[in-house]
Design a binder for this molecule. Structure first.
Ligand code: SAH
Length: 251
C-alpha cells in the first residue's frame, strides 16, 4: 500500500498524527528532498529504505512503489505541505492505478496555512475579502491564460502566490495592472514554520526590492491584500446582538 502523506509546511511537529504513524511503520519512504524537513525521517523504523524524489523522475518513483520485492510493503510518499497543492500526485496515482497498486492520501498542513499562522493573520476578513486565491506565476510550467495574475488580481481578494519568489518584479507589475495599488499590503513569508523562517511585511509596489534586500529568492510565499491591513468588520457569528442556531442575541 502506498500512502501519499502531506509532511506539513516545515516544522517537524506540524505533520498529522496519521502521517507520523505512516512514517513510523513504513518499509520505504520517498520524500520530496527539496522541501520536506529531513528531521521527519528520523521517525522511520530501522531498515526503512529512504529515497529522495528530488533526484528522481516520475518513472523512477513509480518503479520504487511497484517493485515486485516491495509487494505488500508499506510505502510512504512524503510531499511538502499538502499534496493537493502543486504536489504532482495525480500522475503518480494514475500510474499506480495502471499497475494495480493500492494507495490512499493523508492530508497535510499546506504552507499557505503555515504562512497565515506565522503572520498571525486571517485571510478571510468580513468587509475585506471572503476569498483566497492560491496561484502562481508561470515558470517552466505554464499557467492557463484565463488565470494570469492580473485577471485574478481584478477581484481584489486575498492572494497567496506560490513558486514565484524569483519573479517578484513581474508579479508586482501584474498585480498593479489587475487593480491592486502600489500601497496594497503584501507579506513575503520565507520558510514558514522552519527555524530559519523570515517574514517581510511590505507592499505590492516594494515587494521585489524588499525580497532582494533580504536575500530571499526561493521557498517563500507571497501574500497580498487588505487582510494584512488594519481595517475590517467584526464577525456576525460572535456579535452580541446576532442570533444564531446556538445562541440568542441581545436585543
Ligand atoms: N504542496 C505544497 C506546495 C508545493 S509547491 C504546500 O501545500 O505547501 C512549492 C512552493 O510552496 C514553494 O516554491 C513555496 O512557494 C511554497 N512553500 C512550500 N513550503 C513553504 C514554506 N514553509 N514557507 C513558504 N513557502 C513555502
Amino acid at each position: 500500500m502506498v500512502h501519499f502523506v502531506g509532511a506539513g509546511p516545515g516544522a517537524e511537529d506540524l505533520i498529522t498524527l496519521r502521517g507520523a504513524r505512516y512514517i513510523e511503520t513504513a518499509d520505504a519512504i520517498i520524500y520530496a528532498g527539496s522541501l520536506v524537513n529531513p528531521a521527519l525521517l528520523s521517525r522511520a523504523k530501522s531498515g526503512c529504505e529512504i529515497f529522495n524524489s528530488a533526484e528522481m523522475t516520475l518513472e523512477e518513483v513509480i518503479a520504487v512503489m511497484t517493485a515486485p520485492q516491495r509487494a505488500g510493503a508499506e510505502i510512504v510518499r512524503l510531499h511538502t505541505g499538502d499534496s493537493s497543492i502543486y504536489g504532482a500526485v495525480r500522475e503518480q496515482m494514475e500510474l499506480l492505478d495502471a499497475a494495480g497498486v493500492a494507495y490512499d492520501v493523508c492530508p497535510g498542513v499546506s504552507s499557505f496555512c503555515g504562512a497565515a499562522a506565522s503572520l498571525r493573520s486571517e485571510y478571510t476578513l468580513p468587509g475585506i475579502s471572503q476569498t483566497v486565491i492560491l496561484t502562481r506565476m508561470e515558470g517552466r510550467t505554464p499557467v492557463p491564460e484565463a488565470e494570469e495574475i492580473s485577471s485574478l488580481a481584478a477581484h481584489g481578494a486575498t492572494m497567496v502566490i506560490f513558486l514565484s519568489t524569483g519573479m517578484l518584479g513581474e508579479l508586482s507589475r501584474r498585480l498593479i495592472l489587475g487593480g491592486y495599488t502600489e500601497n496594497t499590503p503584501a507579506a513575503i513569508v520565507y520558510k514558514a514554520t522552519w527555524p530559519d523562517e523570515k517574514i517581510l511585511r511590505t507592499t505590492v509596489g516594494e515587494m521585489a526590492e524588499a525580497a532582494r534586500a533580504a536575500g530571499i529568492a526561493k521557498t517563500a510565499l507571497v501574500t497580498v491584500g487588505e487582510f494584512l491591513g488594519g481595517i475590517y468588520d467584526r464577525s456576525k457569528l460572535y456579535d452580541p446582538v446576532f442570533t444564531t442556531e446556538f445562541r440568542r442575541g441581545a436585543e
